[in-house]
Design a protein around this ligand. Structure first.
Ligand code: NAD
Length: 245
């Protein structure tokens, strides 16, 4: 039988080890578009046709125009109550890990510290020639495509479709999922691998898995509790009780 909201509040209040996986949905209420929704479209392109090494090789300027747009949206956005509730949960949980697929930096801006970024960061640039990474927060970037001091082409420091995840970050995420007593899955369509397999791994290792999303996902039938709604409303309610009890 599915657990009720009150039971999940209690699980969170009692757990010593909690892990959380977030996706684009947690930043939606901050005004950042998700990929799999109407507002995820930029011009006539689908993200799947721009966020790939092939798209960048074909037309780096076009891909950078899209990233310039995404960077400008995120630069104007502020963390919302969902991001802040996770900071509160971190402060009160002995062993807490936040794993995010987001590249927007809103978790850091809210104050999350134990954070694993599976898909990199919109503000990091990496040289295709010398491999050097740099941080550039200019919005918009003045020259497209941007160039490294060595003359090489710079690419966004994010993980594109079809690319492997940073090995050490993934290792730590798998470990956190394996030892969690409660695992929250928030605002992800749960279709991008390997992130989508973390909740199932956690469950097999004994965690109670709780999903928060606007709608059902491929995970919904396999979790211990699922609540439909906005993460910016659900998370503060779940965490508030955990804090007070
Ligand atoms: P997705 O776009 O595939 O799915 C978003 C999910 O969030 C959907 O299931 C939707 O129902 C849910 N959602 C939307 N608003 C919500 C809300 N207010 N509360 C709760 N749930 C809500 O995103 P994904 O699963 O993260 O995977 C797509 C990839 O896109 C990731 O790799 C990520 O790196 C990238 N991405 C990142 C950002 C960002 O950094 N903010 C934005 C778009 C896409």
């Amino acid at each position: 039988m599915r657990a009720e909201f009150e039971a999940v509040r209690r699980w969170l209040a009692e757990a010593e080890r909690v892990a959380v996986l977030t996706g684009a949905g947690i930043s939606h209420e901050s005004g950042v578009p998700v990929f799999r929704g109407q507002d995820g479209l930029w011009r006539q392109y689908r993200p799947e046709d721009l966020a790939t090494p092939q798209a960048f090789a074909r037309d780096p300027r076009l891909v950078w125009e899209w990233y310039n747009w995404r960077r400008s949206v995120v630069a104007r956005a502020q963390p919302n109550p969902g991001h802040r509730a996770l900071v509160e949960l971190e402060e009160r949980t002995r062993d807490f890990t936040l794993v995010t697929q987001n590249v927007d930096g809103l978790h850091e801006r809210a104050g999350s510290r134990r954070l694993l970024k599976l898909h990199g960061d919109l503000w990091t640039l990496r040289c295709l020639d010398c491999g050097r990474e740099s941080v550039d927060r200019a919005v918009p970037l003045p020259e497209l495509p941007p160039r490294c001091a060595c003359g090489g082409l710079l690419r966004p420091g994010v993980v594109w479709f079809g690319e492997p995840l940073p090995e050490e970050v993934l290792r730590q995420a798998l470990e956190a999922a394996g030892r969690a007593q409660v695992f929250l899955v928030v605002g992800t369509s749960a279709v991008v691998q390997p992130a989508a397999s973390l909740p199932l791994l956690a469950r097999r290792a004994g965690a109670r898995v709780v999903e928060l999303n606007l709608e059902e996902t491929p995970l919904t039938g396999q979790v211990d509790a699922s609540f439909l709604g906005k993460s910016g409303e659900l998370l503060p309610r779940l965490v508030e009780a955990a804090v007070r009890s």
